[in-house]
Design a protein around this ligand. Structure first.
Ligand code: PPS
Length: 857
């Protein structure tokens, strides 16, 4: 009776034949072909699954005491949400580990090496950093006194906590010492026993205070331990080898010198330190760095029918899978495995394995299923029509087998076509399954895993996938690649533990082989959860991928737009490139004239293209002849749209004056062309604002036309005029925008052009520019001439003057003295900051900058 209800008959040709009569014509053919082709093989012998011990929490967790919550007062925050990370070297292992934590959590940060000059800590009245991390606290203790004072005063004024790491120095002769300028006593090269987060401390949030860990594995003698003190709060308590009470993480309440600190006596290689750091960051930033305790976990079994005979699940494995799901539901609310299927491989194993496939179909409604291609095809090998056909084939399989596919979610075999994007895959997904969500490990790159991000392309939300340490062919504990201890480390505090800790949403990929033989996946996830539940207060949850994607992009809206990189420089991406993309024949610019607008960029671009070794893009009809790719509407057209516009030359440049003040442009440019030279024209911002005002008037902007002078715009304090005021001014706040470019590009790649000098004597400026761009010399005196009728310099080709159109070099009333004074005043702070930057970079100061600063004083 049981089988009478099933959509197939598992044994016996008669039953099978009876069942076939109710299948669609297409499926009849498919099943018959399959049945006839499968050789009459007996089953591959199996051994019972090998077991390894489960994790036992060293504490009974039934108490679940409520935690002491600090009260955060958001109105007391006068700093930006950004961490300053001061490191000894950007290349050190410890720096990389800290950076990985910040990258994975996406907490905004700025990494700086200890040097004579600190980065600016303040803009205007606002602090630029909400927490300061000192990677090597000894460096802070011994830093030059004026820098130390700068940091300490900043910390006191803005209530910013310093989090410092102290590690043991191997060759140090002393074992214990009093900390410089404090009563705190620290002990080096210690072993830490009976570690537990303090119940009294306000810092632990994710960390579960009632658990005491006898000793950590590996148990090195490299802790710095602190003697508990008055005015200091123990965050992570422990004992030393002589059973004396010590603190491994301690909070300095600031009673000694007014500076609040959290000192950590080990580097972040230990999971307990990572846990302590996360909670310290949350505490120090008044909750701004930190997610809730919720962690959403999705486990996909990517290819439920795909696998060679002998490696696949048998019936007992299917039972074990269902039982594991029931157990996991007790720990992860609503948990359900997600099964990805390619119908073509159904019943493709030995007899036992075929029965397991049948059982999975019988139990189909216990799981959620998601679609692949019918034959696990790599999308890049097929065009849209074929992709559509094989997706339909799989859809028919699902319908016939009554497989529940409730969510508009799909995964591409080997992630091919998801990133780098293959548009035909996205189109076929939408047409056949109306797919709304997928996931990949490849964006922006497979490694480091901590940098994985999501994006939205053609309306499909792509979530990052996390690594769980199981490979497609991992079936046995004893053959785990590089040994079982690697797997144990991964689960008990290693990468897998960190993935859940650092990512609010984790989507893990497994394969059916991981649930066969030793059923490693079941052990891995159950023990991960035991460990997480033991040491953290995280609430584990499951939700469907559509809700996860909505949640993800609400949390990280900045990731919605994909950031294109050059796929040809990533070895993995090269192997999964859309067929039209030819790595041996494409051109990207190596120079970008980024603006600002109305500073002479069009003339600069035109003059640069006179150089025989320089070429620029093909013209585009819209967007004022500029490509306006980065940060603009064309960006979503993808990389192919952009590279199509260039042809090879030793210097290929593009000029779009909209890039300079666009918030997205710097990271997008850097990701695609990190070695490009960035040309910025520095023109008097007062004149620039005036020119821009004339420009939009000439384009019949109704708000600009509603006033008789620009002075009225500057006086506006609400409504559309106020908006216009800020549009006039914002482009001229050079340092504000430059800061973003300098975050990505070293100053050696930035080329500054004096806009005033360019307007007056372009041949001299051009000769210098081509030298800066390392182009062969080319005397611009021979190709540029001043046109008295135009009132500007023009190019001279074959004896013919070629001036820019009437939109560049307009004729309008010169700026009044009162307007000039007002604008100078507005730009004074920005101009002063620009002067500082130019001095710091040892660059000459433009005449206009000197006089604007002088006149306003
Ligand atoms: N040789 C030459 N020919 C024409 N115009 C010149 C030249 N050199 C500098 N300028 C100044 O360039 C101003 C226009 O700047 P942009 O080209 O950057 O404008 S845009 O942002 O691309 O629209 C333009 O601004 P307006 O004078 O307000 O029209 C000019 O002052």
């Amino acid at each position: 009776m049981r089988f009478a209800l099933a959509p197939y008959a598992p044994h016996g040709f008669f039953r099978f034949f009876r069942f076939l009569t109710i299948l669609t014509g297409c499926l009849i053919l498919f099943v018959i072909v399959k049945w006839r082709n499968s050789p009459d093989i007996s089953s591959v012998p199996r051994f019972p699954p090998q077991r390894i011990p489960e994790y036992v929490c060293p504490c009974n967790l039934t108490s679940n005491r409520p935690i002491r919550e600090p009260i955060f007062l958001p109105n007391e925050i006068h700093t930006e949400s950004r961490a300053l990370i001061l490191v000894e070297s950007i290349y050190s292992r410890h720096t990389k580990m800290i950076a990985q934590i910040f990258n994975a959590t996406k907490y905004p940060h700025q990494l700086e090496t200890f040097s004579k000059s600190l980065p600016d800590l303040i803009t205007g009245e606002r602090g630029r950093f909400s927490v300061i991390i000192v990677e090597n606290y000894y460096k802070y203790l011994n830093m030059q006194s004026w820098n130390r004072q700068l940091i300490d005063n900043y910390s006191k004024r803005y209530n910013v906590t310093i989090i410092g790491f102290m590690t043991s120095k191997i060759n140090e002769v002393y074992q214990h010492a009093r900390m410089k300028g404090s009563n705190l006593v620290m002990w080096q090269n210690q072993k830490a026993f009976n570690l537990s987060f303090s119940q009294e401390s306000l810092v632990p949030y994710i960390a579960r205070p009632e658990v005491s860990i006898q000793s950590l594995i590996p148990d090195y003698e490299d802790w710095v331990l602190f003697e508990p003190q008055k005015n200091f709060e123990t965050v992570l308590a422990c004992e030393d080898a002589k059973e004396r009470p010590r603190a491994a993480i301690i909070r300095d309440l600031g009673a000694e010198d007014g500076v609040k600190r959290i000192l950590i006596g080990h580097n972040v290689s230990l999971w307990i330190v990572r846990l302590g750091l996360l909670d310290s960051l949350r505490f120090a930033t008044q909750g701004r760095f930190g997610f809730s305790l919720d962690r959403w976990i999705q486990i996909d079994i990517d290819d439920i029918f795909v696998g060679a005979r002998g490696t696949r699940m048998i019936e007992a494995d299917v039972d074990a899978l269902v039982e594991a799901q029931d157990r996991l539901r007790k720990e992860i609310s609503n948990f359900t495995f997600m099964l990805g299927f390619s119908g073509s491989y159904f019943r493709n194993g030995d007899d036992n394995e075929d029965r397991a496939d049948e059982k999975l179909i019988e139990m189909a409604s216990k799981f959620y299923w998601f679609c692949h291609m019918f034959r696990h095809n790599h999308p890049l090998e097929h065009n849209f029509t074929y992709l559509e056909a094989i997706m339909y084939q799989n859809k028919m399989f699902a319908e016939t087998m009554k497989i529940p596919v409730p969510f508009k979610y799909s995964i591409s075999p080997q992630h091919a076509g998801v990133f780098p994007v293959y548009q035909e895959l996205y189109d076929a997904w939408r047409n056949v399954w109306d797919v709304k969500v997928t996931a990949t490990e490849e964006y922006p790159h497979l490694r480091p895993a901590s940098d994985r991000r999501g994006f939205i392309y053609k309306g499909i939300q792509v979530l990052p996938r996390q690594t769980c340490g199981l490979y497609t062919h991992t079936q046995f504990f004893h053959t785990y690649p590089d040994g079982i201890s690697r797997l144990l480390n991964n689960v008990f505090g290693g990468d897998l533990f960190s993935s859940v800790l650092l990512n609010p949403i984790s989507i893990f990929m497994t394969h059916q082989q991981n649930f066969a033989h030793d059923r490693l996946a079941i052990w891995v996830f159950e023990n991960l959860i035991r460990f997480l539940k033991c040491h953290t207060r995280l609430e584990l949850r499951w939700t469907d991928p559509i809700s996860s994607a909505d949640r993800y992009f609400k949390m990280f809206p900045q990731e919605k737009t994909p950031i294109w990189s050059n796929p040809c420089i990533d070895a993995r991406h090269r192997t999964i490139l859309p067929p039209a993309f030819n790595c041996s024949n494409f051109t990207l610019p190596n120079v970008l004239i980024v603006g600002p607008q109305k500073t002479g960029t069009t003339a600069l671009g035109q003059f640069l293209s006179l150089h025989p070794n320089a070429s620029t893009n093909l013209p585009v009809n819209d967007s004022f002849e500029e490509l306006q790719f980065f940060g603009g509407k064309h960006y979503e057209n993808g990389l192919e749209w952009y590279i199509d516009k260039f042809s090879p030359s030793s210097t290929v440049f593009e000029k779009s004056a909209t890039y300079f003040d666009n918030t997205e442009a710097p990271i997008q440019v850097f990701t695609l062309i990190p070695n490009a030279k960035i040309v910025v024209v520095l023109y008097d911002p007062a004149l620039r604002a005036y020119s821009w005002f004339q420009h939009i008037k000439a384009h019949n902007d109704s708000v600009a036309l509603s006033v008789s002078t620009m002075d009225e715009v500057l006086e506006a304090d609400d409504g559309p005029l106020k908006k216009l005021r800020s549009r006039c001014i914002s482009g001229g706040r050079y340092v504000y925008h430059l800061d973003r470019w300098l975050e990505y590009f070293p100053s050696s790649q930035m080329v500054f052009v004096d806009g005033e000098m360019f307007k007056e004597r372009p041949p001299i400026v051009m000769n210098k520019l081509i030298a800066d761009l390392e182009l062969p010399s080319f005397d611009y005196h021979n190709v540029l001439r001043f046109s008295p009728s135009k009132g500007f310099w023009c190019s001279l080709t074959k004896g013919k003057m070629n001036c820019l159109g009437k939109g560049k070099g307009r004729h309008y009333e010169p700026m009044s003295e009162t307007l000039r004074t007002k604008l100078n005043k507005i730009f004074q702070p920005d101009n002063a900051a620009l002067q500082k930057i130019l001095q710091k970079l040892h660059l000459p100061m433009p005449k206009w900058l000197r006089s604007s600063l002088y006149n306003t004083k």
